[in-house]
Design a protein around this ligand. Structure first.
Ligand code: SF4
Ligand code: SF4
Length: 130
């Protein structure tokens, strides 16, 4: 799930618009790192009822830049946490996942993502954005 460096949403997105994820899982099937930020291994391990050590051993690998951990990807490039058409750690998914496409994206993202534009005020009223 990596398409180069994250960019500021104002660069590619209208700040008056929020994009509501449709859970198509396309972004869970792209090749690349699913970066795990500080504290996320502990949080996800707890959610799965595992020790942090066991979680790291079973579900993570070094990132391509070797500066941290990524979730493992399967041979078909889908994320190891993709199960039965959804994310098995949805409630505690990494910030990288939760932030796409509103907080980071890449040129051409709309060709690969089915998120639906919603006026930002309506998104706030619906609790999708603070
Ligand atoms: S952690 Fe969940 S949301 Fe993130 S890429 Fe994997 S399956 Fe998709
Ligand atoms: S963010 Fe976009 S690509 Fe990812 S699951 Fe949601 S709609 Fe699909």
């Amino acid at each position: 799930m990596s398409h180069g460096s994250p960019v500021n949403r104002e660069v590619l997105l209208d700040p008056a618009t929020w994009y509501q994820c449709q859970r198509c899982t396309n972004c869970c099937r792209w090749p690349g790192d699913v970066r795990l930020a500080e504290g996320e291994t502990e949080r996800i391990a707890g959610f799965l009822g595992m020790s942090e050590e066991a979680f790291i051993e079973r579900y993570t690998r070094l990132r391509s830049d070797r500066k941290g951990l990524s979730l493992v990807e399967r041979k078909d490039h889908s994320c190891i946490m993709l199960k039965d058409g959804g994310c098995r750690i949805h409630e505690v998914k990494p910030v990288q996942c939760a932030g796409f496409p509103n907080l980071w994206n890449f040129p051409g993202w709309q060709d690969e993502c089915e998120a639906v534009p919603v006026p930002i005020e309506q998104a706030r009223e619906m609790g999708m954005v603070e």
